[in-house]
Design a protein around this ligand. Structure first.
Ligand SMILES: [Zn+2]
Length: 367
């Protein structure tokens, strides 16, 4: 069975059809009641590890109030204990439909067994029982600031949370990276939730913790949970436009044809310039013998994950993305029938239609 990828998977009920502009649409979603905050999926990315440890120290496994239930998960405790990215295979590549359904034997790598445990705890992936929102915490050695990484460019919940963080966090750039993969091929832990994203923050070397990066992650998680509580209590979030970066391709390191070893490093003009436009002809690498290798692509694109330490094992030097503007609709939860925000005069017209369509949605749901 083909798994739904886009709106059918992520969307709530559209209640305003007359508006021609996406930003003037209003979409009503079920509340985001069950949230998972996961860290240590990569055992040497220490901001998430320490954030999760602190949460577990202060609270029980599940933090619950009348607006949201939050479960905190140390995803790969064995790798955390060894302060390694993984022990046998990369856990954050194990959440495809195929890996989650494979038969476990004595010889199955630990991370595959663990991915199935996490899928039982937070999923099952693609099912109505899955957690409403999975936020998985990561660090990068690249100078990327705070990035959401997600598989959909039309998951309005994730995009609204992203925009909320962008507005709340003034001391770190907040961006959204979109990997255009169908749900059954989506390989990372966050894909287990009904909505989900990785929160990737850098620069921070693996195996150490920088206070400013940990603080940014703590702020990011707090703002995300604030947003969820506001949303669940009936706050309406206005539509608008956001910019996202859609992954286009990876760029590999040049290699010595004889030894197959690396023959160049990221060029100093490119190092640390994540999300600065790379134009054809711009410096890409500097070979170990001192020559500059330029970008030969024909399209200007935005580099990210520049010189990420963990990608040396795959020979990936950086990734390239296309920047796009996405219109997002207004959203609110179906917890309250009336939005709490005061409507402006030009919006009251739409509000009338909203009420009528919402009745219909109630009937379709049979709830
Ligand atoms: Zn990671």
């Amino acid at each position: 069975m083909a798994l739904p990828k886009s709106e059918s998977q992520y969307a709530g009920h559209e209640v305003t059809s007359a508006a021609s502009w996406m930003e003037r649409r209003e979409v009503v979603f079920p509340t985001v009641s069950r949230v998972a905050v996961c860290g240590g999926t990569h055992g040497n990315e220490l901001s998430g590890v320490y954030l999760v440890r602190e949460r577990l120290k202060k609270k029980k496994l599940t933090e619950e109030d009348d607006l949201v239930s939050v479960v905190t998960v140390m995803s790969n405790p064995r790798a955390v204990q060894q302060c390694r990215r993984y022990t046998e295979t990369d856990l954050n590549r194990c959440f495809t439909r195929a890996t989650l359904s494979c038969t476990v034997t004595d010889k199955t790598p630990y991370e595959i067994v663990r991915s199935q445990e996490l899928n039982a705890l937070l999923g099952p992936k693609g099912s109505p029982d899955a957690a409403d929102l999975v936020c998985d915490l990561h660090n990068t050695t690249a100078n990327m600031g705070l990035c959401f990484i997600a598989y959909s460019d039309c998951d309005w919940i994730c995009l609204h949370i992203f925009r909320y963080l962008q507005r709340q966090m003034s001391n770190i750039p907040v961006r959204f990276i979109h990997f255009d993969l169908p749900l059954n091929e989506a390989y990372s832990l966050d894909s287990v939730g009904r909505h989900g994203f990785a929160m990737e923050i850098g620069p921070q070397a693996h195996g150490l913790v920088r206070s400013n990066i940990l603080s940014a992650m703590q702020d990011g998680v707090q703002h995300m949970l604030d947003w969820v509580r506001l949303f669940n209590s009936g706050t309406q979030f206005e539509g608008g436009t956001v910019e996202i970066y859609t992954m286009v391709k990876n760029v590999h390191y040049p290699r010595d044809p004889e030894t197959c070893g690396l023959s160049a490093a990221v060029h100093p003009h490119l190092q640390d310039r994540d999300f600065c436009l790379l134009r054809p002809g711009d410096p890409l690498f500097k070979t170990f013998s001192g020559e500059t290798v330029n970008y030969k692509g024909t399209e200007p694109l935005y580099p990210f994950f520049i010189n990420e330490c963990a990608y040396y094992e795959k020979g990936v030097a950086l990734s390239l993305a296309r920047r796009r503007s996405i219109a997002i609709p207004s959203i609110r939860s179906e917890r309250d029938r009336k939005p709490r925000r005061c409507m402006t005069a030009e919006e009251t017209e739409e509000e009338d239609e909203t009420e009528e369509s919402e009745e219909a949605n109630g009937l379709w749901n049979g709830e």
